[in-house]
Design a protein around this ligand. Structure first.
Ligand code: ZN
Length: 428
């Protein structure tokens, strides 16, 4: 059986590595070697980042102040495309939904690696994006997620050029759209671009995080309906408002599995009712009420079980109240091709990211440990069986809130970390 297994592996240049990585003995296969940083071209690239530090922060601020709500990323997309053109990347494309990508060609014989940062933010048009600077802290909606990582990725490509760094494999810079509304840009790009990357890196979390998993995420919207009635005629009448109240109360009473360990502040599995609505006037029974559920867990079995429980609970509340009921499901992602947890964790991609993240982490901060989570563009790669990891270049706080902030000085070491990772992955 053992020798059979070898023949069953796909005949890619990664076949042998996958086999090695699957064995616990070789769990620490990393392609990152600190001696890499002694090479003259790498030193030159790194030094060029130091020299441009204040310019990088100024450009980052300008990017933050360029609005990019999901689906309306065109201005930012155009800017990034222009910078890719200046860099002379090959096959620069803006696709039909505004994903922008370009390739920095390698010398040949190495893997093709995608570095993806998303253009969009969760903040709607009209949000005040003016960056406030307090010492080393930059405050503005979207300053961290994902603009700091977008800026760091762009600068990493520039630094490779300034150092004259050559890689064996191709590096693809993907600036994706609509990440915040279901990873739609990365999904579209991976499914339709024609590229078949060997490795996928999403730069979309904090610099102390290395994520190798993919959360199962299901988003549901439930509706309750009735003919409606004036308040004066409503006593005892079926009420979509009551159905909604009963449903939400019952949903939060669904027994949840124990909280998964080792995920920092995340407590999973979890369900959240994020939006509620309905009714048009104060003096009538609403014709319709609705609410949303965002359900997240770490594996498909748990997710499927909880999703069934959520739908059954919401339906029961409608039946009990005698109102109409319907549910809309935002299509989830099919994870049937995802690799096993052990295979994902032990893949040299994840181990290399982990080694580089720890090498560049701030002195005196705790060792970075990998987590089997993910809600970034890397999820799409995971679902397609492509080795993937989500990392971050900077220290950021309170993403998705108006109070979002990030450390200005963190971006320089972050860019160096990305650069060493890109070189390690494409040239091992
Ligand atoms: Zn993000």
């Amino acid at each position: 059986m053992r020798s059979m297994m070898h023949h069953m592996l796909p005949k890619t240049r990664f076949g042998a590595l996958v086999l090695l990585a699957a064995s616990p003995i070789c769990a620490q296969t990393s392609w990152f070697q600190p001696s890499l940083l002694e090479k003259p071209e790498i030193r030159k690239a790194m030094q060029s980042v130091d020299e441009r530090a204040s310019g990088i922060v100024e450009e980052w601020i300008r990017l933050v102040e360029t609005p990019a709500p999901s689906g309306k990323e065109q201005v930012r997309a155009k800017y990034i495309r222009g910078e890719m053109e200046k860099l002379g990347l090959k096959d620069i494309r803006t696709d039909d939904i505004s994903n922008v990508s370009g390739i920095r060609k390698g010398t040949g014989g190495g893997p093709t690696v995608v570095f993806a940062a998303h253009l969009d933010t969760v903040f709607p048009e009209g949000t005040d994006l003016k960056v406030k600077r307090e010492g080393d802290t930059l405050r503005a909606p979207g300053v961290g997620d994902d603009t700091s990582n977008l800026m760091a990725t762009l600068e990493m490509f520039r630094a490779l050029d300034r150092g004259g760094v050559k890689t064996k494999g191709d590096l693809i810079f993907l600036a994706s759209v609509q990440e915040e509304v279901g990873l739609l840009g990365a999904k579209h790009w991976l499914e339709t671009s024609g590229y078949k990357p060997d490795l996928f890196v999403a730069i979309d979390v904090g610099s102390t995080q290395v994520w190798y998993g993919a959360l199962r995420i299901t988003q549901l919207k439930f509706f309750y309906t009735s003919p409606g009635a004036h308040t004066m005629e409503s006593r005892g009448a079926p009420s979509p408002a009551k159905a909604l109240a009963k449903a939400i109360t019952a949903l939060y009473e669904i027994p949840m599995p124990p909280v998964a360990q080792g995920l920092e502040s995340f407590k999973l599995p979890v369900l959240n009712v994020g939006m509620v609505g309905g009714g048009t006037v104060v003096n009538a029974v609403p014709r319709e009420t609705w609410f949303t559920v965002d359900l997240r867990s770490l594996d498909s079995a748990t997710q499927d079980r909880l999703e069934s429980a959520v739908v059954a609970t919401a339906m029961r509340a409608g039946e009990q109240e005698g109102v109409g009921f319907r549910v809309e499901t935002k299509m989830g992602i099919d994870y049937s091709k995802a690799r096993s947890k052990e295979e994902r964790l032990n893949h040299p991609l994840v181990q290399t990211a982990l080694a580089a993240a720890n090498y560049f982490r701030k002195r005196g901060t705790p060792e970075i440990v990998p987590a089997d989570v993910g809600s970034t563009d890397a999820n799409i790669a995971v679902s397609m069986g492509i080795p993937a990891v989500a990392i971050g270049a900077n220290v950021e706080h309170m993403p998705h809130r108006l109070e979002e902030n990030a450390e200005a000085s963190g971006i320089v070491p972050g860019i160096k970390y990305l650069l060493s990772l890109a070189v390690s992955l494409t040239s091992h």
